[in-house]
Design a binder for this molecule. Structure first.
Ligand code: C2O
Ligand code: CU
Length: 508
């Protein structure tokens, strides 16, 4: 196994150590206003809020001392505006592709062979974690070119949660998201509202990612100069961004805040701590509230994972505190001397999260995560269960049934595995014998199953599948029959075959 040799950038890149810290205020993406009302497509007597978001090119200052960066974003913003809705309140969103005719990031036409003859500029939007019928899910092959749009109905029949929207176009998601096509989508509900958690101005999405930038401000996306290993298996930036700014600060009142941490990076994970020896109180994960808050000194977030945390600044009036990634400050909180009275609370129990019982599963699927190498050990692609995207559908659960899926990770890295449509629970992770698997395709465990930690006991839609482990999840396939996908959320892997269609079949 060897990663592609990354070509030395032809232009000098910005070095983070030379950049002034905490000189830009943290942007808080504006909440999108509905453009009007439209008839419900299946119930024309009913009017629904109608939103229109246009993907377009724009320039933004990512840091005071960095020249403006050309980007692509929803409504010309990065991150895009926040969509907010409530449980069971459907809405219509028109996702309009108004991007330029040419891509501005390096496209590798050898990647994903089937995509060679597709137009470079193509886009389709998926709301990550949304329970939507297949025709509104942003299926990767349903991309469209500039001048076209797709209008999707989101029923929002799901618990309050921090979701996010992003591009999902076949074979080019990594570049489209890197260019800036991502935003937050919040579902609220009455049950959560009744808890009196910090809300309103004290409830802030924090989209985290990283980028490489040339000194003139242009986005730099790594390329390989090894003809035998043309694809880039990962894209790790050296500049951390919070809501699209490098090293910003946020003025806060001495009180509790809720932050919705969302990792929107291509491949990097975030390893988050707070200065001042403060812990996070995690109240929610990917698919909403945990059963009870979990105090955590450190939060590791893989791409696409979310953690909603409450941070209490009440003992820090007049002081500063930093959010750190790998012990480097990436966001500074400046706590004012005083503020309005804080009547919010973090209740000791948040909601019920009944555990799924794997004994009730009608099917137990065991699937590998594997790397495909050439004779010299150059990685050619990543696969799920040894299959390519274009292979026939092999996962076909029946509607309203429970299944367990086990991911046998044969690679050297952890992969964040995401299923569309459903929410799942992590059952366990268990070490296995890689040699026995390779020799006889036999699953031999070498140690006891490791139960998920308290913060992993909530509903999830993305799970870290560790190397050398079998990661087992359980889910009930509620939702509309149709074709969805499951994939690794390292966008470089997703684009190079680590994604598979799955069919949800009717139960008859
Ligand atoms: Cu966040 Cu299939 O995606
Ligand atoms: Cu992967």
């Amino acid at each position: 196994t060897s990663a592609a040799m990354l070509a030395a950038p032809k232009v000098p890149l910005i070095n983070p150590t030379g950049l002034a810290r905490f000189v830009d205020p943290l942007p808080i993406p504006p909440v999108m206003r509905a453009a009007g009302q439209r008839a419900h497509p299946h119930d024309p007597g009913r009017q629904l809020p109608y939103y229109r978001l246009q993907m377009r090119a724009f320039k933004a200052k990512l840091h005071r001392d960095v020249p403006a960066t050309p980007l692509w974003g929803y409504e010309g913003q990065f991150p895009g505006p926040t969509l907010e809705t409530r449980r069971d309140e459907p809405l219509l969103v028109e996702w309009a592709n108004a991007l330029p005719a040419q891509h501005f990031l390096p496209i590798d036409h050898n990647l994903h062979g089937a995509e060679k003859n597709q137009p470079d500029v193509r886009a389709v939007t998926h709301v990550h974690g949304a329970r939507v019928p297949a025709d509104a899910d942003g299926y990767p092959e349903r991309w469209y070119t500039p001048g076209h749009s797709a209008t999707y109905l989101y029923p929002n029949g799901q618990d309050a949660a921090t979701l996010w929207y992003h591009d999902h176009a076949m074979g080019i998601t990594r570049l489209n998201v890197y260019a800036g096509l991502a935003g937050t989508f919040i579902v609220r509900d009455a049950q959560e509202q009744a808890l009196n958690l910090p809300s309103g101005d004290y409830d802030i999405p924090l989209m985290l990612c990283d980028r490489l930038l040339a000194q003139d401000g242009q986005l730099y996306y790594p390329v390989s100069d090894d003809p035998d290993a043309p694809w880039v298996m990962q894209c790790n930036g050296n500049l951390p961004l919070c809501n699209g700014k490098i090293f910003p600060y946020l003025e806060v009142e001495p009180r509790k805040y809720r932050f919705r941490l969302i990792n929107i990076a291509n491949t990097s994970f975030f390893d988050l701590t707070l200065s001042q020896q403060q812990p996070f109180q995690q109240i929610a994960s990917d698919q909403g509230l945990l059963a009870k808050p979990v105090e955590r000194a450190r939060i590791e977030l893989y791409p696409a994972e979310r953690a909603d945390v409450v941070i209490d600044f009440s003992a820090l009036a007049g002081k500063t505190m930093q959010l750190r990634h790998q012990s480097q400050g990436i966001l500074e909180f400046r706590v004012r001397g005083s503020g309005k009275r804080d009547s919010s609370v973090v209740p000791a129990s948040l909601r019920e999260v009944p555990r799924l019982d794997p004994a009730g599963a009608v099917k137990h699927r065991v699937m590998t995560l594997n790397e495909v190498d050439d004779a010299n050990g150059n990685a050619l692609s990543m696969q799920l269960d040894g299959k390519r995207w274009s292979d026939p559908v092999s996962e076909n659960p029946r509607q309203h049934t429970l299944e367990t899926w086990s991911f046998v990770n044969l690679t050297g890295d952890a992969h964040p595995i995401h299923l569309h449509l459903v929410r799942f629970q992590i059952l366990d992770r268990r070490p296995f014998d890689l040699f026995a698997w390779n020799a006889r395709r036999e699953l031999t465990f070498t140690g006891p199953a490791v139960a998920p930690e308290p913060h992993e006991l909530g509903w999830k839609d993305t799970v870290r599948a560790d190397p050398g482990m079998v990661t087992r999840i359980a889910m009930r396939f509620d939702g509309e029959p149709g074709r969805y996908v499951w994939h690794c959320h390292f966008l470089e892997h997703e684009d190079n075959d680590m994604m598979r269609p799955y069919d949800l079949l009717t139960n008859s």
